[in-house]
Design a protein around this ligand. Structure first.
Ligand code: 1HN
Length: 376
């Protein structure tokens, strides 16, 4: 559908002025738990998507000390998960970082562990710093390093920890929990033993399903999510560098690759998609907008993004969000170093419900006018 094809025609919109008779009538309807559509129609039928989320940049250098402080204040046993969550000022009612996506920073010290549970929400982790972190998903243990991306899909038992000889670890959690709650479909259970048995060789999911374009002959997979639970930084970065030699990339995102389910080639989980993009030195993107909610973490480099006219300067480990239908463009400020942006999003939901639309900004050479500098 082309959005600018339809001129905004006020004549077809609700335009009923209040009269004492109508106000009394609305009151009678309310008592019957009903309402007149024309009193709400303009609000529930926006001309175009209007996100209640606002663009936000969370600077890691501001957050890090507060995340670490939580270690002194609460234990994983008491807190369940020791996490500082990202709270979009436009979405405070639902603990969402943007739209229907949740995100938080989880911290764990060497020797600590968070017990096993399972829920209908799908989750992912993106490792930010530390040494010795691991996660166990349905009996499959995976050691985690910086910039690794790991899935804990809906319904799987999952627990995490840091080995005793490791270093304090911080990772980003991403979940679709606001969406699942909005759909009123959330179940949650604690593992009866609080810990899982490790039932497979360490990193078997990577060994079996993680080989580029090869899949094991003797294994089937019928779950709605990827059998590959961990996507390591090394091969991801190599793939982006190789793709950059073979392609010009896109004008908006330079070289962007989606993490995929190796069985289907589709998104990693039914409700959450993820990607890594590499902006070559000096890359200046043009602006576009699309439906869906997007959370970025800077895996490498320095630059800025203009989101709905606000400029947000970012560097490694900063997190920012792009709300649905917000214009956005990315710039790598370095002329010598590349910049990489990890992203997770609700694209699978938007696409499978046929709600995904995209359009380029055509005016002004494809660039927005900067209206303000983004504040963290
Ligand atoms: C969860 O299960 C984790 O497993 C982290 O580490 C954050 C936030 C909301 C609901 C479940 C985890 C979460 C969560």
């Amino acid at each position: 559908m082309k959005h600018d094809q339809y001129r905004e025609n006020i004549a077809g919109r609700a335009d009923v002025a209040d009269t004492p008779e109508l106000v009394a009538y609305y009151q009678q309807l309310a008592e019957l738990k009903t309402g007149a559509l024309w009193t709400v129609a303009n609000k529930i039928e926006p001309w175009q998507p209007k996100s209640s989320s606002v663009p936000v940049l969370w600077r890691y250098r501001d957050l890090r000390e507060h995340v670490l402080r939580s270690v002194e204040l609460v234990t994983p046993e008491k807190a369940g998960r020791r996490v500082i969550y990202l709270n979009n000022p436009g979405r405070q009612d639902v603990a969402a970082a943007v739209g229907w996506l949740y995100s938080g920073l989880q911290v764990m010290h060497p020797g600590e562990a968070a017990s096993a549970h399972a829920h209908s929400a799908s989750a992912l982790r993106f490792i930010m710093e530390g040494r010795g972190a691991y996660t166990i998903v349905d009996g499959h243990k995976m050691p985690l390093e910086a910039n690794d991306f790991v899935l804990t899909p809906n319904g799987t038992w999952h627990e995490h920890g840091v080995e005793a000889d490791g270093a304090p670890c911080i990772w980003q959690d991403g979940l679709d929990i606001p969406l699942v709650n909005a759909m009123e479909a959330g179940f949650y259970k604690v593992h009866p033993d609080l810990r899982q048995q490790i039932t497979a060789p360490v990193d078997d999911s990577v060994a079996l399903w993680g080989a580029a374009a090869l899949r094991p002959h003797n294994l089937g997979w019928d779950k709605p999510y990827s059998p590959l639970f961990k996507y390591q930084w090394g091969p991801t970065y190599d793939a982006l560098c190789r793709a950059a030699q073979a392609s010009d990339g896109t004008p908006y995102d330079d070289v962007l690759m989606h993490y995929t389910n190796p069985v289907t080639g589709g998104h990693v989980m039914p409700t959450i998609g993820a990607s890594m993009q590499r902006l070559r030195p000096g890359f200046v993107g043009t602006a576009h907008r699309h439906t869906g909610s997007f959370i970025y973490q800077v895996a490498k480099g320095e630059g800025y993004s203009i989101i709905d006219g606000q400029r947000f300067d970012w560097r490694e480990r900063d997190i920012f969000c792009v709300p649905s239908w917000a214009l956005h463009e990315h710039v790598n400020l370095s002329q010598s170093e590349d910049a990489c942006l990890f992203c997770f999003n609700d694209l699978p939901v938007m696409q499978s419900l046929s709600l995904y639309y995209e359009e380029a900004l055509l005016d002004n050479g494809g660039h927005q006018t900067i209206l303000s500098e983004g504040k963290a």
